[in-house]
Design a protein around this ligand. Structure first.
Ligand code: MRU
Length: 348
């Protein structure tokens, strides 16, 4: 099992995703600030993995706080929550995890004035978020696996696998693993996903490790392979799903969805319900992160573009709900109209 992020007595341990696949290096992060920085710098990335890491970072920072009263602890905890919320703006799992930790703090504070008990409650909540993420990916993998036919080829974009979650199954790759575990033979076409190359570096790495056949293409080859009849379904992850089903995911996802529609290929989104943001009606109001120009002008230390040239580097785009055949969640498969089907995923 790939261990993306882990709680340890020493701190938060995570695999440095910037170095994969050439180097498998684990970092031990010993403060909340270090975890926040790791999220910003994309040591860890992928919506659910960001949420899990943030929760662990908050638990770590608060555990190290030296205040003697719960009120002191709360000041530090609020500071850590603010710090964490400024790391990356698009993936709603980050804000969802911060809110869960805030809620746990509130409940612990109402129950006790022992700072150690509050610290323990936060560590316990972060661990729960970690375990629930793994369980929810298993669940959505089972639901989604049923949508894929035996012997099919699935195109995916970015990395929505074990590396983008707490570990193990992943979301889009969880659907592929779910189908594989149900006895189906599935092959994957992975878009390389410029500029950060999550597809070529991370999806290919983890599928290869798992012995799931994978072929990398550059992003501009997707239309060609679809036209040649080489793609039976598209499955992608999500960073934030609006109440109407509009879905923010890695830049280039929208282009793939348009191509899938043109070629009559079903386009599926796979995500746990922690990625659904019912507070925003449509994708119009999803904040899109603009990242450093250097990601576009360079590959690692190698410059590709002329010095000083203007660069636009939006990290995500929004796929309109009309292009999405189904949204596969841990509570079941939502179909259009999403405004009602997504809401029903939150009913017990
Ligand atoms: O910028 P990243 O690598 O954090 O973007 C990741 C994606 O867009 C993933 O597809 C998404 O978070 C789903 S991960 C299960």
């Amino acid at each position: 099992m790939i261990k993306t992020v882990e709680w340890t007595d020493e701190g938060v341990r995570m695999i440095d995703q910037r170095l994969l696949p050439t180097e498998e290096k684990y970092l031990m992060l010993r403060s909340c600030e270090e975890v926040a920085d790791a999220i910003k710098q994309m040591v860890v990335r992928g919506a659910p993995a960001i949420g899990v890491s943030a929760a662990m970072g908050l638990a770590l920072g608060t555990k190290q706080a030296v205040g003697t009263t719960v009120a002191d602890l709360e000041d530090d905890f609020s500071y850590f929550c603010d710090l964490m919320s400024r790391t990356r703006p698009t993936a709603v799992n980050l804000f969802w995890a911060i809110e869960r930790m805030r809620d746990r703090f509130r409940r612990a504070k109402a129950e006790t004035d022992d700072t150690d008990a509050v610290k323990l409650a936060l560590v316990d909540e972060a661990r729960k978020i970690f375990e629930e993420d793994i369980a929810s990916n298993r669940a959505l993998g089972r639901f989604g696996g049923e949508l894929l036919a035996d012997n099919s080829t699935v195109l995916t974009h970015c990395n929505a696998g074990a590396l983008a979650t707490a570990g193990d199954y992943g979301t889009a790759l969880g659907v592929i693993r779910g189908a594989r575990d149900a006895g189906k033979r599935i092959a994957v076409i992975a878009d390389e996903t410029r500029p950060f190359l999550q597809g070529a570096r991370l999806t290919a790495w983890e599928l290869d490790k798992d012995e799931i056949p994978v072929t990398i293409i550059t992003d501009n080859m997707a239309g060609h392979v679809m036209k040649q009849g080489k793609v039976d379904a598209v499955v992608v992850g999500a960073d934030r799903i609006a109440a109407n089903g509009d879905t923010a995911n890695k830049i280039g996802t929208y282009m793939v969805a348009v191509l899938a529609r043109e070629h009559g290929i079903p386009f599926y989104v796979a995500a746990p319900i922690s990625t659904i943001d019912l507070s925003i009606p449509t994708g119009e109001s999803i904040p899109i992160e603009e990242r450093d120009a250097r990601e576009v002008t360079h590959i690692r230390e190698q410059r590709l573009a002329p010095e000083g040239v203007a660069v636009h580097n939006p990290a995500f785009d929004v796929t309109p709900n009309a292009l999405i055949a189904a949204i596969i969640t841990d509570k079941g498969v939502a179909r259009p109209p999403y405004t009602t089907s997504l809401q029903s995923m939150f009913k017990e």
